[in-house]
Design a protein around this ligand. Structure first.
Ligand code: GLN
Length: 547
């Protein structure tokens, strides 16, 4: 919107959290972005993570959930997935910054001698680098508004430099160009039947001690917040009463933008930023989507076979993709998490019984791989719709080599260095790489699809681009053997000849993809592969009902 006028200053919104972690700052930040975008503003979301890892790429998914990958190949926090799913705007490396990355930059500068003999300190050097990273997103004048979420909880030692950087930025950018939204918890004490505001008051005090006055408070709560409570919070936290919002538990996170709009979060924020509330937000498609999510015509069961099943956040983008694709198909695609480490010949019938689709998840290392291979075999033989993503595709390839091509020892070079049939092998460009961080084949690559294949039909085009995160690949030495027996390569990278997608002949819908379609599914643009997979699963479920 305001891109036409480069003299207008970029506005910055900071989202902080207090009282407890996991209150859903990412969802609030993404919801606000969606609302402002629906009003015609160009917006982007950024996440600052206070941990010392340079990026979450080396983290076990049990630590912070899934590692999300951007177009430009950044391995990022899963909140960036929410941002993209809500706004349909691609994020990039600049949208996620960690303490590790900040320190790495500062220390590299120190080694180069850039600080000219000065003592390098948290203030000003670390805080300056934080400010630079925040403003970097605004430097091209591409966005009217940048929403920066500060990870962690106010009061944490490790978030202090971020809070200080925000304080300084408010001062230098001007208060009319910045807004602070603080998300806190209002606990309900069932013994006394009361909602308690004291933790929120303390949390705002902690912010004030660090020199930050929030403009807007969003209160997470299980019970509705009365006007009386809002008045009390407003009075003791120095905010306007109309700037105290309730964020009550809702059946789907996609309802949050609508709930926030009902309470005028978008208008109040724009007013704080001195921006006009130009137009009512156009939320027609969003409302329709939420209606479909809440009122599915039927439920279909999908098995998600993976090894991180105790923490559904480990597969966040996949489970969200099913919500999008379910809504498109007017069904609820219910995801059942099946631990691949516990899956074996004896229990597979029972564990996968009643599943209309089987998804074998991405992953690393040999743990749980045999269970994934078994799940691919089950789907192939029982003709159940199948989608294998990254390691999931690799498992389908190994299974086919073992049981159809007859190579009993077939494996991926990741799992075995003695196999005579490494049908999945280390990519040439990966040989010799020692460092684990940021060294995989990452980000968007083009792919050429075979006309008439199921994958091509799903996309409706022959040229696609999808995001990657892997070191191993389909071994082209075996390509002809696979194709001759019915596992066809249907997606090829035109530059490197790498196989990016395979599918089975003589099967209703059996697809393996080396890339990660789940990273690109959004509310307004559900991913075509998930849509087609869910459609095949619906057909499967209708057929098994007839039998
Ligand atoms: N471990 C496999 C590889 O590196 C698959 C990675 C993944 O599933 N993201 O190739």
């Amino acid at each position: 919107m305001a891109n036409d006028n480069t003299t207008k200053p970029t506005k910055y919104i900071f989202v902080t959290g207090g009282v407890a972690s996991s209150l859903g700052k990412g969802i609030i930040a993404a919801s606000l972005a969606r609302l402002l975008q629906a009003r015609g503003y160009s917006v982007t979301n950024q996440k600052l993570d206070p941990y010392i890892n340079v990026d979450p790429g080396t983290l076990n998914p049990y630590e912070h959930g899934e590692c999300y990958v951007t177009e430009d190949g950044a391995e990022t926090d899963l909140d960036l997935g929410h941002y993209e799913r809500f706004t349909s705007i691609p994020t990039s490396q600049a949208n996620n910054v960690t303490t590790g990355r900040i320190y790495q930059t500062v220390i590299n500068k120190e080694r180069r001698g850039d600080y000219l003999g000065k003592t390098v300190q948290v203030i000003p050097h670390i805080t300056d680098e934080i400010k630079r990273r925040i403003q970097l997103l605004g430097s091209k004048k591409q966005y009217d508004i940048i929403i920066t979420e500060i990870g962690g909880t106010v009061g944490d030692i490790e978030s202090l430099p971020y809070i200080e950087a925000v304080r300084q930025l408010r001062y230098s950018l001007g208060y009319q160009n910045t807004a602070i939204i603080h998300l806190t918890l209002i606990p309900y004490m069932s013994a006394s039947g009361e909602l308690k505001t004291k933790p929120t008051q303390h949390s705002v005090k902690a912010l004030l001690e660090n020199g930050l006055q929030p403009d807007i408070l969003v209160l997470r709560t299980e019970k509705h917040i009365t006007e009386e409570i809002k008045r009390k919070v407003a009075l003791f936290c120095n905010v306007d009463q109309n700037a105290v919002m309730e964020s009550i538990d809702v059946p789907t996170i996609y309802e949050v933008p609508l709930k926030m709009h009902e309470q005028h979060l978008d208008e109040v924020t724009l007013a704080k930023l001195n921006l006009p509330t130009v137009q009512e937000p156009d939320l027609k498609d969003w409302i329709e989507f939420v209606k479909r999510v809440k009122n599915p015509k039927t439920v279909i069961n999908i098995a998600l076979v993976g090894k991180y099943t105790e923490l559904p956040d480990a597969y966040k983008s996949i489970s969200e993709s099913f919500i999008h694709a379910g809504a498109t198909n007017h069904v609820k695609a219910k995801v059942h998490y099946i631990n691949s480490e516990l899956l074996d010949e004896r229990n597979i019938d029972e564990k996968l019984q009643g599943m209309s689709g089987i998804l074998v998840a991405p992953g690393f290392g040999f743990r749980g791989v045999e269970g994934k291979i078994l799940a691919a075999k089950f789907a192939r033989e029982k003709k159940i719709p199948f989608l294998g993503i990254c390691l999931g595709m690799q498992c389908a390839v190994i299974e086919f080599a073992r049981n159809v091509l007859g190579y009993a020892d077939a494996n991926s070079a990741e799992m075995s260095n003695t196999t005579k049939h490494p049908v999945i092998d280390l990519m040439e460009e990966q040989k010799g790489i020692q460092d684990k961080g940021g060294t995989m084949r990452l980000g968007a690559y083009p792919c050429q699809l075979t006309p008439g294949s199921k994958v091509q039909q799903a996309y409706g085009t022959e040229h696609i681009s999808e995001r990657h995160r892997h070191r191993y690949e389909f071994n082209n030495e075996f390509l002809n053997e696979f194709a001759a027996k019915g596992m066809k390569p249907v997606g090829i990278n035109p530059d490197s000849n790498l196989v990016e997608a395979v599918e089975l002949e003589d099967h209703p819908w059996f697809v393996g993809v080396q890339f990660h379609p789940e990273y690109k599914s959004t509310v307004l643009y559900p991913h075509p592969l998930f849509v087609a997979f869910v459609k095949a699963a619906i057909e499967q479920s209708e057929q098994s009902e007839k039998q």
